[in-house]
Ligand binder design. Structure first.
Ligand code: AP5
Ligand code: ZN
Length: 213
């Protein structure tokens, strides 16, 4: 099963990816998590990416396509994978198609911009795994502590309101056109849009229903 989750920053891609990857036994490939790992490791890629990410922009298509090509060649991807936060530009979608990858399902998770701005203020993340929580809507069992590892949760550097608004602009300009791209027959077996508001588990159920098809 090869799945793409499309959706604006904060639409819940990472939150839902956890449940889908667990159910289908496939890895979650989040280019954002990969870039944040490079930032923490202080690699040249991480140093360059940090500036772009903190400004709410996009890392170059060549770099991202290189990361993805390497990642999906790993043995754990042979039975499929879930792409979270990739592709984000038409060039990235075309680059993925040029690798000969056939995508089974592309789901767009739709949430209004103002709701996103509210969500991001309360988001807390476990950086090492990418797990995200919300202080009110999706709280950890213990305040500011990751449920699984017991490690501390933090706020992401790019979750300031000003940066979130910039990321939303970039989404509308560069990523939203992928909805039209994947609506064209032959580019994925199934394309669907779902509303990303409501309880986290209601959205998971909608996704599981779609993935059965
Ligand atoms: P990335 O890490 O991909 O960030 P993003 O797409 O902006 O998405 P987020 O991770 O912010 O949100 P999400 O949809 O995963 O939401 P979440 O589940 O956490 O990218 C970061 C940066 O890296 C980019 O800006 C760019 O610079 C660079 N980058 C990454 N990929 C790239 C690429 N392919 N090309 C170029 N550059 C790239 O949920 C958000 C919050 O809402 C949480 O607090 C959560 O608990 C809460 N929540 C979730 N569901 C619900 C619900 N149903 N109701 C209420 N709250 C909810
Ligand atoms: Zn995410």
């Amino acid at each position: 099963m090869r799945i793409i989750l499309l959706g604006s920053p904060g639409s819940g891609k990472g939150t839902q990816a956890q449940f889908i990857t667990e159910k289908y036994g496939i890895p979650q490939i989040s280019t954002g998590d990969m870039l944040r790992a490079a930032v923490r490791a202080g690699t040249p890629l991480g140093l360059a990416a940090k500036q772009v990410m903190d400004a709410g922009g996009l890392v170059s298509d060549d770099i991202i396509l290189g990361l993805i090509q390497e990642r999906i060649a790993q043995p754990d991807c042979h039975n499929g994978f879930l792409l979270d936060g990739f592709p984000r530009t038409l060039a990235q979608a075309e680059g993925l198609a040029a690798m000969g990858i056939v995508i089974d399902t592309v789901v767009e998770i739709k949430v209004d911009d103002e709701e996103i701005v509210k969500r991001m203020a309360g988001r807390r993340v476990h950086l090492a795994s990418g797990r995200s929580y919300h202080t009110e809507y999706n709280p950890p069992k213990v305040d500011n502590i990751d449920d699984i590892t017991g490690e501390a949760l933090v706020q992401r550097d790019d979750d300031k309101e000003e940066t979130v608004r910039k990321r939303l602009d970039v989404y509308h300009q560069q990523t939203k056109p992928l909805v039209d791209y994947y609506s064209v027959a032959g580019r994925t077996k199934l394309f669907a849009s779902i509303a990303g508001v409501g309880h986290v588990n209601e959205i998971t159920e909608k996704l599981f229903e779609l993935l059965k098809q």
